[in-house]
Structures are given as structure tokens and as C-alpha cells.
Design a protein around this ligand. Structure first.
Ligand SMILES: Nc1ncnc2c1ncn2[C@@H]1O[C@H](COP(=O)(O)OP(=O)(O)OP(=O)(O)O)[C@@H](O)[C@H]1O
Ligand SMILES: C[C@@](O)(CCO)CC(=O)[O-]
Ligand SMILES: [Mg+2]
Length: 328
């Protein structure tokens, strides 16, 4: 068995706009997906993902046939899980040249699904890394990130950025603009996360912004304005100016809200954090529901969020310096 883990992330600035070539700054956090992979001789792919439903489920199918998995759990659950894992294994077969390789894949994750903390990227990065190593191939970070990006892009109908997958591969704070991906020096940030227990559909939310952007010039301008916020945010990060970082996060949230990717519970949590004295607060990731990220070195924001109706969980997150980890 070969085991790899990869971290989730929060966006300080720039989600959605990054899909259209603006820069973005995500930061990896110490919440991980762990993927264990064992080669199978029969060419089949068997996936066990306990976090996908209360009871967990197992799918087994012959990846070489058109029939897909033969099991009786809801189809949306299966297609959601299989889209990423299947895509990751396709990349593994392609990069190793082992077209017929089969695997038992086991996924465990501390990252809530579809909540803006990059669970999909973490699962894909860890899966590609573990499965290639299981076949005796260790990918360089650059190749791993690129293969993971190809997988996400495929599932998101070609509308994805390299931000989540690069960040999950390398860890730390990163800056992504189109194909240009680099690591940033970042101060130690007092990150607090609020989670409403819900999720948003990344593909659908990205498609919504795309439509607005083509319908209204001012929506296209809004996307560009997010890019300006990110460029200012990079200076604030370099200066370690946390007040300015917070102010820019607030502004970024307002523009994401204008683009229609916020929700009532995300707004409620953002305002609870601001009222509690956070430097700034915004939704993170695709939105629609899920998580907000706030900056507050005091316990006030976490406490306020834990008493906020609609907030199911509030917790602090440490920056993850390490991206993919090769565990076994
Ligand atoms: N523990 C897991 N086991 C299996 N599949 C998972 C797991 N976690 C995430 N996934 C896959 O990732 C999908 C969620 O990805 P999606 O991009 O919608 O949200 P996210 O990555 O959590 O948030 P965002 O992209 O906004 O940061 C799930 O539907 C599932 O297919
Ligand atoms: C919404 C988005 O910008 C981030 C999702 O975590 C989509 C992407 O970058 O692929
Ligand atoms: Mg995702």
C-alpha cells in the first residue's frame, strides 16, 4: 500500500476571478485528505470513501468498460466521487504508461466536502501522488500539480484554475495567475474558519459567474477589480500589514457577493466575524454555502461564530507549510 496526504486551503483573495486569468492567493491549511492506494492485478478500480455518506460506500468497477460501477447507492454520490478519482487514475495511467493498472483506493479526509476548503484538489493531488508511487514513479511537484489541475479542469467542464491544485501540492501561501504558479512569503496569519454545514457546487457556481461576466460589462469589471484587490493584497502580505489584508478581504467578499456566489449563511458568518472584531472576513472557494475565512488573533471571532445560528463549526486553522506528504 502507498499512502499520501495533501492539504486543503483557504483563499485570502481571488477565487473565481482566477479562472479568467486574474491572480489569486490561496493558503494551504492543516486539514488533509489521505489517500491509500494498492495495486490490483485484475485492472479494476475499487474506491472506498467513508466521508461521502454517513455509512461510507464502496464502488468497484472495471475502469476499462463503458458500463460504470455496478452498485446501488445514489448515482449523484457515485458520479461525484468517481469523477475525481477516475480522473486522477486516468492521469496516473497516462503518466506511467501503465494503461491497464487497477487499484484499491481508500480516501479519508478532514476537509468538509464542497465547502470551499479545496477537498477536491486535496483528494486528487494525494490520489495521483500515491498511485504513481505505487507503480514506482515519483512525480516532481510541478508535474503532480499539472496532472491534478488537468483532472479538476475536466470535472469542472474545462473551467478551472491551477490555484487549488498547486496550493495543495506545494503547501504554504501561493500566487497563481494563469499558468504562472509560485510560492509566496506570508506572515503567520491568525486564520479562523466558520462552516455552515453546507456545500456549493463548484462547477455550477463557476458557470454562473461566467454567464454574468459575458452578459454585463460591469460584471467583467468586477472580476478585474478582484484582480486589483489581489495585487494590493500581495503588497499588504509582503509588508505583514494584517489590517490592510483584512480590509482587502472585506472588499473581496463584497465583490464575490455581487457576483452571486455568496449565501445567507455565508453573509451571516461574515458579519458575525466582523462584529466580533476580525480584521476582515470573506467567503472562501467557490461559495454558495460552506466556509468563510476571517483573521483574528483573539478568541473573539471563533467564539462569536460558535454562537451564530447557521454556523455549524468554527475553528482555527494553521498554515500548512508542507503540501503533499509521502507517508508510506
Ligand atoms: N473525502 C472524500 N472522498 C471522496 N471524494 C471526495 C472527498 N472529498 C472531496 N471529494 C470529491 O470532491 C468533491 C467536492 O469538490 P468541490 O470542488 O465541489 O468542492 P471543494 O473542493 O471542497 O471546495 P472548493 O472547490 O470550493 O474549494 C466531492 O463531491 C467529491 O467528489
Ligand atoms: C471558484 C474557484 O476559483 C476556486 C474553487 O476552490 C474555481 C477554480 O479556481 O478552479
Ligand atoms: Mg474544489
Amino acid at each position: 500500500m502507498t499512502l499520501s496526504s495533501a492539504p486543503g486551503k483557504v483563499y485570502l483573495f481571488g477565487e473565481h476571478a482566477v479562472v479568467y486569468g486574474e491572480p489569486a492567493v490561496p493558503c494551504a491549511i492543516e486539514r488533509r485528505a489521505r489517500v491509500g492506494v494498492q495495486r490490483r492485478d485484475d485492472g479494476k478500480l475499487r474506491v472506498r470513501a467513508d466521508d461521502l455518506s454517513l455509512d461510507g460506500f464502496t464502488v468497484e468497477y472495471d475502469g476499462t468498460t463503458e458500463d460504470g460501477p455496478d452498485i446501488n447507492v445514489s448515482e449523484s454520490l457515485v458520479s461525484a466521487a468517481m469523477g475525481y478519482v477516475d480522473g486522477a487514475i486516468e492521469q496516473v495511467r497516462d503518466v506511467t504508461g501503465e494503461d491497464e493498472a487497477g487499484f484499491d483506493v481508500t480516501i479519508e479526509s478532514d476537509i468538509p466536502l464542497g465547502a470551499g476548503l479545496g477537498s477536491s484538489a486535496a483528494v486528487v493531488v494525494a490520489a495521483i501522488d500515491a498511485a504513481t508511487r505505487e507503480l514506482g514513479v515519483t512525480l516532481e511537484a510541478e508535474e503532480l500539480a499539472e496532472r491534478a489541475y488537468q483532472t479538476e479542469s475536466h470535472v469542472q467542464d474545462g473551467q478551472a484554475s491551477r490555484a487549488d491544485t498547486f496550493c495543495s501540492t506545494t503547501g504554504g501561501a501561493v500566487r497563481v495567475e494563469g499558468e504562472d504558479c509560485r510560492t509566496l512569503e506570508a506572515p503567520d496569519l491568525p486564520i479562523v474558519i466558520g462552516f455552515d454545514g453546507g456545500a456549493g457546487d463548484t462547477g455550477q457556481l463557476v458557470a454562473g459567474v461566467r454567464e454574468l461576466r459575458s452578459e454585463y460589462d460591469f460584471a467583467a469589471d468586477t472580476v478585474e477589480a478582484i484582480g486589483d484587490i489581489v495585487r494590493n493584497g500581495e503588497d499588504a502580505l509582503a509588508d505583514g500589514d494584517i489590517e490592510e489584508i483584512g480590509r482587502l478581504m472585506d472588499f473581496n467578499h463584497g465583490l464575490l457577493s455581487a457576483l452571486g456566489v455568496s449565501s445567507r449563511s455565508l453573509e451571516t458568518m461574515v458579519w458575525a466575524a466582523r462584529d466580533a472584531g476580525a480584521y476582515g472576513a470573506k467567503l472562501t472557494g467557490a461559495g454558495g454555502g460552506g466556509c468563510i475565512v476571517a483573521l483574528d488573533p483573539t478568541p473573539e471571532t471563533e467564539t462569536a461564530l460558535s454562537f451564530t445560528p447557521g454556523c455549524e463549526d468554527a475553528f482555527r486553522a494553521e498554515l500548512a507549510d508542507e503540501g503533499v506528504k509521502r507517508l508510506e
